[in-house]
Structure formats: C-alpha cells, structure tokens
Write a protein that binds this ligand. Sequence first.
Ligand SMILES: Nc1ncnc2c1ncn2[C@@H]1O[C@H](COP(=O)(O)OP(=O)(O)OP(=O)(O)O)[C@@H](O)[C@H]1O
Ligand SMILES: O=P(O)(O)OC[C@H]1O[C@](O)(CO)[C@@H](O)[C@@H]1O
Ligand SMILES: [Mg+2]
Length: 525
Amino acid sequence: MALAQPMDYAGSISSGQKHLRYFGVHTSSRLQCVGHDRKSRTNQLVVRAVSVDHPQLDFSNPNWKKQFQEDFDKRFSLPHLRDVIDVEPRPTTFSLKSRTPLENVNGSMQESWNGYVNDDDRALLKVLKFASPTSAGAVCIDPDCSWVEQWVHRAGPRKQIYFEPQYVKAGIVTCGGLCPGLNDVIRQIVLTLEKYGVKNIVGIQHGFRGFFEDHLSEVPLSRHVVQNINLAGGSFLGVSRGGANVSDIVDSIQARRLDMLFVLGGNGTHAGANAIHEECRKRKLQVSIVGVPKTIDNDILLMDKTFGFDTAVEAAQRAINSAYIEAHSAFHGIGLVKLMGRSSGFITMHASLSSGQVDICLIPEVPFTLDGPNGVLRHLEHLIETKGFALVCVAEGAGQEYLQKSNATDASGNMVLGDIGVHLQHKIKSHFKNIGVHSDVKYIDPTYMLRAVRANASDAILCTVLGQNAVHGAFAGFSGITTGVCNTHNVYLPIPEVIKTTRFVDPNSRMWHRCLTSTGQPDFH
Ligand SMILES: Nc1ncnc2c1ncn2[C@@H]1O[C@H](COP(=O)(O)OP(=O)(O)OP(=O)(O)O)[C@@H](O)[C@H]1O
Ligand SMILES: O=P(O)(O)OC[C@H]1O[C@](O)(CO)[C@@H](O)[C@@H]1O
Ligand SMILES: [Mg+2]
C-alpha cells in the first residue's frame, strides 16, 4: 500500500519505521521528527510520515479532504493556450453528422449532434475503496484509507476549437525505441486531422533528431500516404534516441510554422514534450504540444496500459512457449527467456501469466537470491528432481546487483544494463555441473522480436482511440498534455503527472500475487 500523506504517531524511530512499513509508505514519503510525546511514560519520539507530494496536509484538520481535492484539481487541470495568449474559440469543424466536408466547415450540422465532450466532463482516477491499509495493493491517502474523489478530464472532441483547420500545419514525431502500434497512431492522427479539415500534415523523421539534421526532411502525410502503414510494425517516420535540445527544437518548430506537434514516446519523450511545451509558452507561441504515451514496458503512471504492451506480451508468450517445448523435450531441460523491461517487470509478469508455463518469474521490482537454500538455483534443482524440466522468465532489469555496473548510458541518458539472461545461463549451467546433475539449458533472448511486430487487434483499437483523442486535445487548445486510458475511460492528463516516476509492478498487488500463484515459486530470500 502506498501512503501519500503525512500522519503523526508516537514510537521510537525503529518502531516508527516498522509502523511505516506496515502502512507501506511509498518512497516519496519520508520520516520527520516532530518532537517528543511528553504524555507517554517512555517519552517516545513523535515521528510523522510526510509525503513529499503533499507536505502541507494535516489529517487532524477536518477539511483535509477538501484541501487535497483542491490541490488535486490544480495538479490535474490541463494547460491551455489561453493561459498565456489571447485566443478565441470558434465552432468546431469536426462532426460525424456531416455529409460533405463543406457542410462540416460551415458548422451547420453541429447543433444537432450530441457527439461532443463537455469541458466539465470527468472520469474517476481511483475507483477502489480500500477498507484497510493492509488490503492487497492498497493505495491510501490517510491512515484510515478514506476514499477521496479524484477526477480527471475526459478526452474527446469539443464543440469549440482554438485553431482554424485550413491554416493549421501539424507535425508528428516518434521518439525512443520501437513499439507495436506506432504506425496505427500516426495513421489515426492524420485521418482525424483531415476530418477537421487540416491539409498540411508532416512527419518529422527519426525522433527529435529530425528537427536538426538537414538531410532528414519533413514527410508530407495524408490519408493516401498513411492508408496502409498500420499493416507493418516499426515507425513509418523512424525513431531515435538522444538529440533533444529543447530551445533548438522550438526554434525549428517556429521556422517550420508548426501549430500542433504530436509527440509519440515514453517517459523520456514526454519529458522532452513537456519541456518543448514550456518553452513554447515562454515564447507565447500558439502551438499545441500533445503526447501519446508509447512504451512496451507499460511503465507510464496512472494509465491502465500503454499501446503495444498487449502485442509485446503476445510475442513474449510465443518465445516462452518455444522455451517450454525445448525444455520439456530435453533431458533435464531448463528453458530461460529474457524479456524487455528496463525497470518494470510488466511484460515478464504478464507473459508468464498468459503462458501458464513459467516456473520462475523474475522482475526488477522483486529482489531475489540466486544461491543458498532459498535461492533460485536450489528451487531449480527441486523442479528438475520433481518434474524433470523447468522454465525461467526474467526481465532485463532484474537482478542487476549481480552484474558489473558499467555506468554507460545510451544516447538519451538511459543506463545500459548488464545482461542478466547470459549471467543466469552461466550460473545455472555451472551450478548443475558443480552438484553433478545433468542439465540442458536453452536460452532464448527474443528482445527485439517483441517490439518489431505490428499491433494486435486490441492494441490497434487502443491506438485508434489515442491517436484520435490526441488530435481532439490539440484542437481543444490544450498543450503539455497526454492522453490515456484510466479505468477503461479515455482521459487527458498533464504530462508532469504521468512522468513523476516510472510505473512499477507493485509486489503487493493482486496481479503479482496471481503470478506467484500461477508459477508456484517460493520467496527467493
Ligand atoms: N528529461 C528530458 N528532457 C528532454 N528530452 C528528453 C528527456 N529525457 C529524454 N529526452 C529525449 O526524449 C527522446 C526519447 O527518450 P528515450 O530514449 O529515453 O525514450 P523514451 O521516450 O523513454 O521511450 P522508451 O520507452 O523507448 O525508452 C530522446 O530524444 C531524448 O533525448
Ligand atoms: O535497444 P534500444 O532501442 O535502446 O531499446 C531497448 C529498451 O527499450 C525498451 O523496450 C523500452 O524502453 C526497454 O525495455 C529496453 O531496455
Ligand atoms: Mg524511457
């Protein structure tokens, strides 16, 4: 459970820490000594759990919920062009009631169509009420786990827009690593822009690099150009890491006369998109910067899932099935599969769950020991003894403490990880050799095969929703926002809220518990 707010209680620092652990204070909280409890016979130190996010909240104040909600509404309000420049709304040109584009532009049909989202429509961010901080996966604000309404903005087309489509130039850029569905999103953005009446749509090649490198020219985009790009994986525009100088990018946006920029990428890209938005604000430019979260790692906060994740899990499951066949057919076979997931184990957890064949699932969020009576290797011995073969699935970011740190980073500044798959392979082989038991280790590293494929059906639909909503958000005049699915509803969120931290698998979540139930693995400690 994560406690997001402060609470006072008496106890020594050590019992205080125990209490904090009981309440599962998340890492953004810290202990603060607020004096001694003079009433207690032991004159114990009074310690308070203070949330770094909301240090001002005081639960003894009967109005704390109101205060929390006001703060929440502020944090989740969407930055708008009119915050810094004078822009007048106009009737939208987006209508599905229109019969001809001309009728559409005149706005003649919109009064009779109830297809618009009201600016005051909201979706609930949290839909679970935890009765106790000890409930599995509980996320509580106060020690009583009170439920507080947390509303976020609903995504979709508005009746009023802040751009004149015929004069709009819109750009699309895809950054970071590949992800199934990038082309579906690009395609939907183009189709939706055209539906509004935009004629000037361009792709920026190879991520943020395309803003600087002269040989990377703009790619003109239209329904005709993007019609079939979703049939292939990868990015029609190309991707890249590194090369993000925000001020230069905004110079380039100005030089290109872009009015809207759709930025497809993970947390790094979103940090870049938000910095670009801030710089545009500083220069008082009428440019909307809208993100679409792309990460097969599924490591963006607050969202049910990001596009490409399901497809990656499906591809991973195929690799696990192959490892299973190999391991099962060999004498004392041990299948070992390493999957992507730099710091989050979602792909590994979900692929292990969906395959149903994994005996040991190792993710970065849950430390494990390799040697010793409770270690992974001892459990493998047990599996070989009892069922004759075993299957291990490990996330690339797991067990990094066993590998030598290189301190190397990629072009975007992401840490280059050691290869846990190769390390485990060696450890398993030498362990069985040392104990004089035959083993046949089959190691599969399907890394890039997971993300080079085209989106499956459910991701294709998710991409459609996200791509279209990104365009509606830009036309509505928002900037510095991203779009996602929260509790099955489509919402807009201010970028800073989704990139505060990486999203991790909660080891106390029901999903991780289900994974453990399915694998039957013990606690490796
Ligand atoms: N804090 C930041 N501010 C500005 N730009 C950034 C920041 N972090 C990363 N970027 C830029 O964003 C782009 C993509 O970043 P990165 O390579 O980390 O991928 P990502 O968006 O996190 O996606 P992936 O999930 O594939 O890692 C790069 O061009 C990088 O330079
Ligand atoms: O080889 P690249 O392009 O740096 O990408 C690898 C990384 O991209 C991701 O798929 C997404 O961040 C990670 O899981 C992985 O570590
Ligand atoms: Mg990233």
